[in-house]
Write a protein that binds this ligand. Structure first.
Ligand code: SAH
Length: 459
């Protein structure tokens, strides 16, 4: 992060704008919106700018800039077309530790103006840290269309009841649950429709009902790694959970989308190094929910595909804790799509089989004869250990040694790598490639299509 995003309270505070043209006027308007006490200094100042400032009790000084006018200023904007003057204003402010912005000169800015979505009192500020203001503006347009115009009214209306609700519901998690329910339910709808009397009545009744915070668990599939592959529901629940319990396969960009003040609990498992035993994870989920927390159990891929999600909710069901399950894109779907390998294809594979290879006494424990089918794609959910042994066993049980194989490492992530080979030489190729877990193995004629259909990571 190159800049600290903050909201600056400048009502009635002295702010100086150096410059008297159209750009200065734009900045003055913004400062006046935030109720600043504005002084404009320049040898000539547009009459309409003068009107604007004077109407709001500000000050106009038709004179060249002098350092002395920085005295007592909270912030300063230079909007002149004189580079030397801009430099000087910047240097003067820096020497006095006054936040300064020189319009269109990022190097001469101690602070920058974000793109704004104004639904006062809700204000959203977007910045590209000066890298691409156009991108920030495009993003703003997208957000504008998503946020109801009456959001500001809702926020202002809620502000009136904040203290009362705080006094009635002193417990933070109870209060948060109460607001979340009301702000997404009937109360919000009534405010949007301008029926504020009814909205107030509804709120008072809801408060009388003495809400409690019942804990619950969301078992959420986070997909294979690319945050774009999350479902809307996954994102919504990630952003409302009090605690996020996650494991190794959940990528950092996905964790970054969780509620910022949520407790993040890592229960990751690396092979042969069980960070937290499954039973302890099950118990943890029950305990957190019983404490009244909303818990997001975030798992890589889909929670019901080799994810032991079933076991986790079994325990919740027994303890009578409410839960919901959100499917995710499983590694087979994500990796095959991003590697350009269709799992089924009319000409090559009519079925697909997902298996996970557990090692028992160093040898994989798989139903070998069921895996050998010419027109079936085989997807192995497992790391690299055992690949050589599995290849040998498959050949020993009748698989053609030339059967194409792909290994996808870090599928759907920016560091995705694909190694292509045949079942007789894949272990060797993988060893040469130096790729790392997580890896997914896809075996079948469909792998041949990769050459033509790969797209991810290509320009
Ligand atoms: N529930 C998960 C699978 C958990 S089993 C899902 O539905 O995807 C763990 C295995 O999944 C790993 O050993 C690896 O084989 C595979 N895997 C998960 N994410 C992957 C990724 N981004 N790239 C490659 N393989 C992945």
């Amino acid at each position: 992060m190159d800049y600290l995003p903050i909201f600056f309270r400048i009502d009635q505070q002295p702010c100086l704008v150096v410059g008297g043209g159209h750009i200065a006027k734009r900045k003055v308007s913004l400062l006046l919106k935030a109720k600043a006490h504005v002084t404009v200094i320049a040898p000539t100042i547009l009459p309409e700018l003068q009107d604007l400032v004077l109407k709001q009790g500000g000050q106009i000084i038709e004179a060249p800039y002098q350092t002395s006018c920085l005295e007592g200023q909270r912030l300063v904007i230079a909007a002149t077309d004189n580079d030397q003057l801009n430099q000087q204003v910047f240097a003067d402010c820096e020497a006095r530790h006054i936040p300064v912005n020189v319009v269109d000169a990022p190097d001469l800015c101690r602070f920058i103006f974000p793109s704004i979505i104004d639904r006062s009192p809700i204000v959203i500020a977007i910045s590209s840290s000066g890298q691409s203001p156009v991108l920030a503006r495009l993003l703003r347009t997208r957000l504008e269309s998503m946020i109801p115009a009456a959001y500001g009214q809702l926020a202002a209306f809620v502000g009136k009841f904040r203290k009362q609700v705080q006094a009635t519901l002193p417990d933070t998690s109870v209060r948060r649950a109460f607001w979340e329910k009301e702000l997404q339910g009937r109360f919000a709808e009534l405010v949007y429709n301008g029926r504020t009397d009814e909205a107030e009545k509804h709120l008072q009744q809801a408060l009388l009902a003495k809400p409690t915070s019942a804990g619950e668990v969301y078992l959420v599939g986070a997909g294979p790694g690319d945050p774009d592959l999350l479902t809307f529901r996954a994102l919504r629940l990630m952003q409302q959970a009090d605690v996020v319990v996650y494991d190794r396969l959940v990528s950092q960009p996905i964790l970054d989308l969780c509620r910022r003040d949520a407790d993040m609990v890592y229960v990751g498992k690396a092979r042969a190094n069980h960070a937290v035993a499954q039973e302890d994870i099950n118990d943890l989920l029950v305990r957190l929910a019983q404490e009244g927390k909303r818990v997001c159990r975030l798992k890589g891929g889909d929670p019901f595909i080799f994810g032991r999600g079933g076991e986790e909710i079994e325990e919740l069901a027994e303890a009578g804790i409410p839960f919901q399950v959100v499917p995710g894109i499983t590694a087979a779907s994500g990796c095959s799509a991003y590697a350009g390998i269709p799992l089924t294809h009319r000409d090559y594979a009519q079925s697909v089989r997902f298996v996970t290879g557990h090692l028992k006494d160093g040898t994989p424990n798989l139903p070998w004869s069921e895996l050998i089918h010419e027109r079936q794609t085989l997807v192995l959910y497992m790391g690299l250990v055992g690949l050589e042994e599995i290849s040998k066993q498959l050949i020993a049980h009748g698989m053609r040694p030339e059967m194409p194989v792909a290994l996808v490492s870090h599928g759907t992530r920016p560091n995705q790598q694909v190694v292509i080979g045949e079942i007789h030489n894949i272990a060797e190729k993988v060893a040469e490639s130096g790729i790392h877990a997580p890896t997914l193995t896809i075996i079948g004629e469909v792998v041949k299509l990769q050459d033509k259909l790969a797209w991810f990571g290509k320009d």
